[in-house]
Design a protein around this ligand. Structure first.
Ligand SMILES: [Zn+2]
Length: 376
């Protein structure tokens, strides 16, 4: 099927400053999948989030081969797997959304709702990993039975908390994960809304809306940067976790650059039509978000390594009391509950989109009967 100019597609499909390379919104699933291998204005968007799935998986599995690492299915790794699920769903949903969005106007809307939903649940996956691996008392009690100081910790009086900033204690213990979930749901609601109203400032709103989960989920790192490391300065754990700050700053840098691309629409704004297929801002946005995820993975891995290098436990037991370790309910359970809520939000918005764009879709089907028949 021929590719179209911006003047030949419904206004809903048009992207600012992208003039050519459009697919008409009546492709079959097969046409959409095949379009990954032909140069359209979505091809780069697909590959810049699809290939990273494999790069991410490559760096991720390295953890399980480390010395002292418990088995991959031990409770110690539950938070890490939830982080993996978050990132995997984000990259897959984003790449597939870019590929399948030319099936119809309604499917296009659903694709992007799913995209926002997976970004939000990714932020909760990160928060779970931060909570259990970076949290000031990183409360992993069971690391596959090789944790010698478990009994020491149990003898610690529960009240002997030692937070450098005591106010954070209440926040971390009670509100950190619930706030991460709440903010994630607010994000999905706001971003889905920008597809139906507030259209004029949609890129700005979406970018700033995602600043909120970043601020909430990064609090364990802010805390670490503001206070001292929980590890003794002579320990190998301390040495392993020194790279955390550097990875975090780089993670922030990539997020900032990705936001600049997303809002400014540079370079296509400077030369409309020149970057229609390759090199437009959304592809750079994808690359930068992936680089930020990769630095976040390195950061989490550095903290996991620090924990594994302290077989007598993570944190100085004399000063810090134990937290319950990760359980199925506190990791997969939280993620499942969140995803169910997000899916409900998406279904609600999709039903709304169907009411809005259904008539337009039927009109297009009448105007292009041949192509429409091909879809069935
Ligand atoms: Zn995208």
């Amino acid at each position: 099927m021929p590719l179209l100019r911006h003047t030949d597609v419904p206004s809903r499909v048009k992207e600012n400053f992208i003039l050519t390379g459009y697919r008409f919104p009546n492709y079959s699933v097969k046409d959409c999948l095949l379009s990954a291998f032909r140069p359209t204005n979505e091809t780069g968007n697909f590959w810049t989030h699809f290939l990273p799935v494999f790069i991410f998986a490559y760096y991720f599995v390295e953890v399980f081969g480390w010395e002292g690492a418990p088995h991959a299915d031990s409770p110690f790794f539950y938070p890490l797997w939830n982080y993996f699920i978050g990132v995997f769903c984000l990259l897959m949903a984003s790449s597939m959304a870019h590929l399948l969005n030319s099936m119809s106007l309604v499917v296009r809307e659903v694709c992007f709702f799913v995209d926002y939903g997976t970004i939000s649940s990714y932020t909760v996956g990160s928060s779970l990993a931060y909570y259990y691996y970076i949290h000031p008392r990183a409360g992993i009690v069971e690391t596959g039975g090789n944790n010698g100081s478990q009994t020491d910790l149990k003898e610690e009086p529960a009240g002997s908390l030692s937070y450098a900033i005591p106010d954070f204690c209440v926040f971390f213990e009670n509100f950190y994960i619930p706030s991460a979930c709440l903010v994630a749901i607010i994000c999905v609601l706001s971003c889905c809304n920008t597809r139906q109203r507030w259209r004029r400032h949609r890129y700005l709103i979406r970018t700033f809306v995602f600043l909120l989960p970043f601020l909430v989920s990064s609090t364990p790192i802010f805390y670490r940067l503001l206070t001292r490391s929980p590890y003794s300065t002579t320990s190998s754990s301390f040495a392993a976790s020194t790279s955390t700050a550097g990875f975090f700053y780089r993670h922030c840098f990539w997020l900032l650059v990705s936001a600049v691309f997303n809002i400014s629409k540079i370079p296509e704004r400077l030369a409309p039509g020149r970057f229609d297929i390759w090199g437009h801002s959304h592809q750079w946005f994808h690359c930068c978000t992936f680089l930020s995820i990769l630095d976040e993975l390195h950061l989490i891995k550095a903290e996991v390594k620090a924990i594994l290098l302290s077989p007598t436990l993570l944190l100085p037991p004399a000063t810090l009391a134990p937290l319950p370790g990760p359980t199925i309910t506190s990791t997969y359970g939280v993620m499942l509950l969140l995803q169910t809520t997000i899916i409900s939000v998406i279904v609600w918005f999709s039903w709304h989109a169907n009411c809005i764009f259904g008539p337009e879709r039927d009109k297009l089907a009448k105007e292009h009967p041949r192509e429409h028949l091909k879809c069935h």
